[in-house]
Each structure stands twice: as structure tokens, then as C-alpha cells.
Ligand binder design. Sequence first.
Ligand code: AMP
Length: 236
Amino acid sequence: MSCYRQFSEEMSKLFRAVIMGPPGSGKGTISERIAHSFGLKHLSSGDFVRENIAAKTEAGVQAKTYIKKGLLVPDHVMTRLLLPRLEEMTKYSWLLDGFPRTLAQAKALNSACDLDVAINLNIPLETLKERLRHRWIHPPSGRVYNMCFNPPRVQGIDDITGDPLIQQEDDRPEALVARLRHYKDVAKPVTDFYKAKGILYTFSDTETDRIWPNISTLLNTKIPTIQSDARCASTH
Ligand code: AMP
């Protein structure tokens, strides 16, 4: 038994969740709302990757070579980068966003800690295509803008740094369908894995604002006693 699991069991009232969804599914927005409403720490695997790249850790240097080519970071690099960070979070309730993306990652996470809930966002392909068509990003920070409903203050410029924004190659219409299909193929074994464990909750709609009340209702039934403990832990 890993020390992390042992510690997790001692702190059994803490709440652990993952959120899964394709690019453009509103995962980032929903994660922020969950973290804010339920007092969970929002852990983003993309942020961990960017921090490791900036700090030039060994895993960060390896990850960079894949990200530069627009590829996913291999499972063994990702788990090496992420699991130690989770071990620092043993006192907190958290929501993990962006990990696991593959079955191997789900199994690695499972051997480190027990999850309470896996949230799966199921958004129609046409909606995703429409959202991603208008998506521009600030690569160093991972900030995402949508030219229709969340535009930057100055067109093409990041609000915080003033850097130029880019449209990712794989957000362009030609690459999009293949990318979303690939996501579906890789995510299916992960959702099956959580389904078999009885912790998968899938939410389907075209609007984040219609999905959110259902997620909030679910978490209200799952978190009640946990939440106050997590808040206490975060103030110590
Ligand atoms: P994100 O901010 O979630 O889009 O992540 C930024 C980049 O980090 C992704 O495009 C991947 O290259 C890498 N990354 C983040 N999480 C993972 C993961 N779970 N598995 C593999 N690569 C990841």
C-alpha cells in the first residue's frame, strides 16, 4: 500500500474527483465553478505540465519535446510529474482536471488514491466544433478565449500579458474532427473503467449553464460532511 493511499484512508472524509471531457467541453469553466462552490482545490494537469516546463524539471524537459509537436505527453512522464504533486495534497479535497486522459493513467491514479466521483462531460460534436472554431489561446499560461462569448479586451491580445494569442493548429476545422474522434477512442476505456467502479457520472447538453445545476446537485449529495473538513484543512 502506498503511503499516499494509507494517508488518504486515514483522512477518509476528504473528497476526490476527476473531471473528463473533450476539448471545448467547458471542463475548465465547470472545474472553476466546482472549486469555488465546494471549496475543493482545482488541480489542472496542463498547469502542472507548464509549471514543470518553466522550472525545467527532468519531467518538464521531457514533456516539452512532446508538447512542441502538439502531442500528448507519454503516460510514464505524466504520472511521474503528477503523482508526487497529489502526494502534497493529502490534506485537501481536490478536483483533478485533465488527468487521467488514458486508461494507463487512470490505473496509475487508482493505485495511488481512491476517487469518489468521476465527472464526464458529453457534448455533441457539432457544439464542440463550433466552440473550438472560435477558440484562441495564450500558450505560456494556457489561458483560453472564445471570440464569441469570452473575447479578450483587445482582439488577438492576451488580457494579462499583452502577448499575441494564437489559434492552435489542431483547433482548426481540418484537424478538429480527427482530434475529437481520437479523444473519444482514448477516453472510452477510461469512462468504462470508472463506470465499472460505480463512480462515473455523465452529463450531456449543449450548454455549460444547463449542465452546471445538475453537477452542483450531484456534488451536494456527495460532499455534505466532507466539505467543512476540507475547508478546515485548507486553513491549517
Ligand atoms: P491542457 O491545458 O489540459 O490542454 O494541457 C496542455 C498540454 O499538456 C496538453 O496538450 C498535453 O500535451 C499535456 N497534457 C496535459 N495533461 C495531460 C495528460 N493527462 N496526458 C498527456 N498529456 C497531457
